[in-house]
Design a protein. Structure first.
Length: 232
């Protein structure tokens, strides 16, 4: 019997093929760059990262990790795609940033507890989201902050994040998303509370493909971002 793991090998292969495009702001992963400023703004509104130990779970090529490091965070990033980690390391070197990157699934990662953990646009690409949350709890100090973002499992999200984004507007690569892996906010909040987290905020994230701008919204129909804190 195989050990339980968060790793989905099909998802890893998808992103391995995109390794050389992580920092191409006009390439297949351009939406990550487009939404990054609003993600940072949201995080900073809840908790300043300056001087804090921050872990970025599912860091990919380091788009978010790099930005947090520039804000003064002491950043570590982990991902299961070795090609992405190599890109992230090269980017950190290019920007003269000290970021600790490791190619390892979160369940196998060992480190001193962090004050802040981010896991953005990642949970919809793993086998077991709750295992990720359990390990985030393991790696977080009591009172530490956890930030998550993913996609709601709604008809609107299916047409917006899959049909329109992948097949009509072609703003992200085809087969990027599996609708069955989308997570309803109620499910997410339930898993978090069961694992000892207090929900601080839950907000929708809207992306306009024409202006390439992302904004926070009251609607949770497609993308959403949330913050929570581990009970002391």
């Amino acid at each position: 019997m195989k050990d339980e793991t968060t790793v989905d090998s099909i998802e890893v292969k998808k992103f391995t093929k995109l390794a050389n495009t992580w920092w191409d702001k006009e390439g297949p992963l351009k939406t990550l760059h487009d939404i990054n400023p609003i993600r940072l703004e949201y995080i900073e509104k809840i908790c300043s990262v300056n001087g804090k130990r921050v872990l970025d779970i599912g860091c990919g090529g380091g788009v978010l990790s790099t930005s947090i490091a520039k804000l003064g965070g002491n950043v570590s990033g982990i991902d299961v795609a070795e090609s992405a980690i190599l890109v992230a390391k090269e980017r950190a070197k290019l920007e003269s940033l000290h970021i600790n990157y490791d190619c390892v699934p979160v369940e196998n990662y060992i480190a001193e507890p962090f004050q802040v953990i981010t896991c953005l646009e990642m949970l919809e690409h793993v086998n077991d989201p709750e295992m990720v949350l359990k390990n985030a709890k393991r790696l977080l100090i009591p009172g530490g902050y956890l930030f998550l973002s993913t996609i709601n499992r709604t008809v609107t999200a299916y047409f917006g994040a899959v049909i329109a984004a992948e097949y009509i507007l072609n703003i992200i690569p085809k087969q990027t998303h599996d609708y069955n892996k989308f997570i309803k906010p109620s499910e997410m909040c339930g898993m978090l509370r069961e694992n000892g987290f207090e929900i601080l905020d839950l907000t929708g994230l809207n992306y306009n493909p024409l202006t390439r701008k992302a904004t926070l919204t009251d609607s949770l129909n497609i993308n959403y971002i949330l913050s929570c804190r581990l009970f002391d």
